[in-house]
Design a protein around this ligand. Sequence first.
Ligand SMILES: NC(=O)c1ccc[n+]([C@@H]2O[C@H](COP(=O)([O-])OP(=O)(O)OC[C@H]3O[C@@H](n4cnc5c(N)ncnc54)[C@H](OP(=O)(O)O)[C@@H]3O)[C@@H](O)[C@H]2O)c1
Length: 308
Amino acid sequence: MITAYLLAAPPPGLKRQPTIIKSLKRQLTQSTQKLSRKGNTLSTLTTDPFNSGDCTSRKSRKPLVVITGASTGLGLATLKKVAKDGGFRIIATCRSSSMARFAKEGIFEDDNIRLRELDVTDGRQRLSLIQECESTFGGLDILINNAGIALRSVAEDASADERMEILNVNYISPMRLIALAIPGMRNRRSGKIINISSAAGIVGMMTVDSKAASSKDTNSPYSGHYYHMERLIRWTMQHSRATPETIASSILATMKARNPSLRIPVTFDAYLLYWFRRFFPRALYHWLMFKLLPSSGNWGLPLRRPRS
Ligand SMILES: NC(=O)c1ccc[n+]([C@@H]2O[C@H](COP(=O)([O-])OP(=O)(O)OC[C@H]3O[C@@H](n4cnc5c(N)ncnc54)[C@H](OP(=O)(O)O)[C@@H]3O)[C@@H](O)[C@H]2O)c1
């Protein structure tokens, strides 16, 4: 599931801007020509293609996109897809411990790519990244909040630390990044924020902890639940037609879309749950959901493994 936020297009009053920019451009061109005639050059404006054009016209530069958690999985697939497209400048970020993965994947800094360390939970790194985007690279156009962790566990089995960590990485930190990105986007009257979420974001899921599922603790009241849900999730993953590449294509389409929807389901299960949630009365939906899950009627009883 992708959640895309789009900042509004400029109001009619701002339509005079291009005229101002044209006149500034003309003045800059004239000054450059004068300097060139005197034997001087404006080399600082042209040495770094990633940074070029930021102080003249925003239209002359490629949109700047930040991807979090870009060294593996979906983030990496998105980075490759967007880099191949060639229409964007990308700041690919990941934790310092994962930076070496970029080189292993054949990803290095070039005219369109910068690599930066970002642990999304680190306030100093968040601030420094957004400041660099705004002051050095001409402003952030698209923020893709992809970094995330999964904790598949029933409430009773999750520790307080695990609960805080998942909340911090998946919710609090992306929100803080968004809060830092929005003022610049608001000033420019444009920008997109794309949050990679989960179908569990629209539908409360009875989940599974793979650690507990593989343990032999059949005395746990959740052993049947874990066992069957783990099998169901593994089966769903094996039979899913979605791949990181197909999801990355949807993200790229969202980046390019002029007016994307607020929520964009991108996998079959997300579509199914999205429409299920939307059109089924809540009571019926919860009843059906429980009935359809494997052996749900026996959850809470000692686990009897199927013969196969
Ligand atoms: N795969 C799925 O089936 C699925 C389903 C629903 C939603 N999603 C969501 O899709 C996104 C990508 O998932 P994925 O399958 O590609 O997962 P993944 O392969 O586990 O990648 C997650 C990425 O997040 C990064 N990350 C974790 N904690 C971080 C932190 N504190 N700061 C910065 N980066 C951090 C990881 O970096 P390190 O490599 O340094 O650990 C990794 O690059 C996640 O937000 C996930 O919740 C995935």
